[in-house]
Design a binder for this molecule. Sequence first.
Ligand code: HEC
Length: 113
Amino acid sequence: MNRACMAVLILMSMAASMWAAEDPTQSLYVQKCASCHGKDGKGAPAMAKMFKLEMALFDLTDKATLDKKDEELIKITSKGLNKMPAYETKLKAEEIIALTTYFRSLAPSSKPK
Ligand code: HEC
């Protein structure tokens, strides 16, 4: 094998490992949402205590959340609701849609509507 060929192979394997390393939606969720909703989507107990709210409100994997349509969840994330901050000026519409799909995937019994 010649050097050029070798270099191409090395570059390709580097690109492949970078691709697999990180899901951008997951890191966005961890940065922006996990502080309140928990890394697993079940809610952060410390936040529930601080806001004096039920854990169920923070749980994005419970039936109350799963029963809502994507449009509703996207609207809440965009416009906010009570203590839930509005993200329409902080995130792109595509990011909010991707985050909705992401936290739905955290629920073990999630079924697409
Ligand atoms: C400062 C804490 C906080 C952060 C950060 C936060 N949320 Fe929330 N979120 C809440 C609270 C509190 C509620 C419950 C609102 C209510 O019903 O009164 C909520 C509710 C929701 C709901 C509605 C769930 C339902 O069952 O109706 C969605 C969807 C949601 N959040 C998505 C997100 C996403 C996506 C992010 C990250 C971009 C995020 N939240 C970041 C506090 C937060």
